[in-house]
Design a protein around this ligand. Structure first.
Ligand code: CMC
Length: 431
């Protein structure tokens, strides 16, 4: 961590204390309050962490006002256009873009870990056929701790590396198997001659009865969806992974915790919730009714796929995703699909509405990713598992970074207690 060059002065009652400040490479200065309780006997209160930096990191930077997202300094738009997902994975994990030799070696390592332990198939068979694939993913990824004992020792750097590669390599296989299981089709094993995105598409859509050839436009769009979801700073699921790992939990358990957090509709579950909302709206003439509900303070309804905690201008991922959506819709010949018509019209009407403009609510990445995945033929229940598989590399990169941090402590927030003060116990016969 860089040296502090200036202080912030805080007065609490009759005490004045100096708090060190740090200047990041980009973004606002940060006040170091680690000694605040010891020095002033007070806590800070910040539910939702809207003003709190929970760690220092060198991986991803977001400027929400300017709509900037960079990984290791490279803007996301450039990465989505010029790189591909596994190259971005390498960048996130190791800090630099790979040379051709490094990339080949990395791709080889990932490709050679794509199969899962055959006995894990029994886990899948234990779930009900109608189980949500996210439920299956939480369970199966957590269960990896029971199958890969040789990569659960977090103090062994080699084991950490093996666990990282295993998770990135096996996540598409697990997500595709979760999908196949719910639709009652046989599992399709990975093929090592295909690239990461094509292999996933094939595992999802191939059947033993006929040949399946992956369309390069779909494969490119899938790869872009993976790339655009690869990492996103200290969001809820990443913070969950970091918190779980701060206790020394094994990597598979930590990533399962991240998947559980991602599932919620305010986070990764928004892509599914968005498509379900579009289906509920049904026809463009009902859009004003739903926009009115989203604006109504007494109605909890929100326009899913709109708004973001950090982006208050535009979501740079959404800009790239919108281009991919146009390409895929044209390829699939579904521009006139009624749900997609509703999506286009909703986007237009919401962007013209002063409520959304004043509150800086714009379509986020999940608005467009859901549209692409729908056009590709994925059921809505698979949208969040696809997000989870893509985000795995981000979780792992942040997990590895945290384990290398000499200042690592178990995460243990405090609270503003507002319950009863100590009171006398009342015996049951007197209650
Ligand atoms: N529709 C209608 N009103 C909204 C929406 C929306 N989608 N999002 C926020 N608002 C309003 C909200 O009612 C509040 O109004 P007021 O100030 O009058 O009380 C104001 O905007 C600020 O909202 P907030 O809940 O304080 O903002 P937040 O930063 O805590 O929430 C969010 C961010 C993403 C959870 C929220 O915008 C939301 O629920 N959006 C819909 C779900 C969604 O699309 N999530 C995916 C996020 S991108 C993928 C990811 O990172 O996982």
């Amino acid at each position: 961590m860089a040296e502090s060059t200036k202080n912030a002065t805080l007065t609490v009652g009759d005490k004045t204390i100096e708090l060190p400040m740090f200047s990041p490479t980009s973004g606002p200065d940060v006040i170091d309050i680690r000694k605040l309780y010891a020095q002033a006997g007070v806590f800070t209160y910040d539910p939702g962490f809207t003003s709190t930096a929970s760690c220092d990191s060198t991986i991803t930077f977001i400027d929400g006002d300017e709509g900037i997202l960079t990984h290791r300094g490279y803007p996301i738009g450039e990465l989505a256009e010029k790189s591909h997902y596994l190259e971005v994975c390498y960048l996130l994990l190791y800090g630099e873009l790979p040379s051709p030799v490094e990339l080949e070696d990395f791709e080889h390592r990932v490709t050679n870990h794509t199969m899962i332990h055959e006995q894990m198939i029994n886990f899948f068979r234990g779930f009900r056929r109608d189980a949500h694939p996210m439920a299956v993913m939480v369970g199966v990824v957590g269960a990896m701790s029971a199958f890969y004992h040789d990569s659960t020792d977090i103090n062994d750097e080699w084991q950490r590396e093996v666990a990282s590669i295993r998770l990135i390599a096996k996540m598409p296989t697990i997500a595709a198997m979760a999908f196949k299981y719910t639709i009652g089709q046989p599992f399709v094993y990975p093929r090592n001659d295909l690239d990461y995105a094509s292999n996933f598409l094939r595992m999802c859509f191939a059947v033993p009865a006929e040949d399946y050839v992956v369309d390069p436009i779909l494969s490119r769009a899938m790869d872009r969806i993976f790339t655009l979801h690869a990492d996103h700073e200290q969001n809820a699921s990443t913070s969950t992974v970091r918190l779980a790992s701060s206790s020394g939990a094994n990597p598979f358990a930590c990533i399962a915790a991240g998947i559980a957090c991602l599932w919620g509709p305010a986070h990764g579950g928004a892509n599914q919730a968005c498509l379900e909302m579009l289906k509920e709206i049904g026809t463009p003439d009902r859009i004003p009714e739903f926009i009115a509900r989203a604006k109504d303070k007494d109605d909890p309804f929100r326009l899913m796929g709109f708004g973001h905690r950090v982006y208050k201008n535009f979501d740079p991922r959404a800009t790239v995703m919108k281009q991919s959506a146009d390409e895929v819709l044209e390829l699939m010949g579904v521009e006139n699909n009624p749900i997609l018509q509703v999506a286009k019209e909703l986007e237009k009407q919401a962007l013209e509405d002063p409520y959304f403009a004043d509150k800086k609510l714009f379509p986020n990445v999940d608005f467009y990713s859901g549209i692409i995945l729908e056009a590709m033929g994925f059921p809505t229940s698979m949208f969040t598992p696809i997000f989870a598989l893509a985000r795995t590399v981000g979780w792992i990169s942040q997990w590895k970074e945290q384990l290398n941090d000499p200042q690592l402590k178990i995460g243990r927030p405090r609270q503003l207690y507002q319950g009863e003060d100590i009171r006398a116990y009342v015996d049951i016969e007197k209650r």
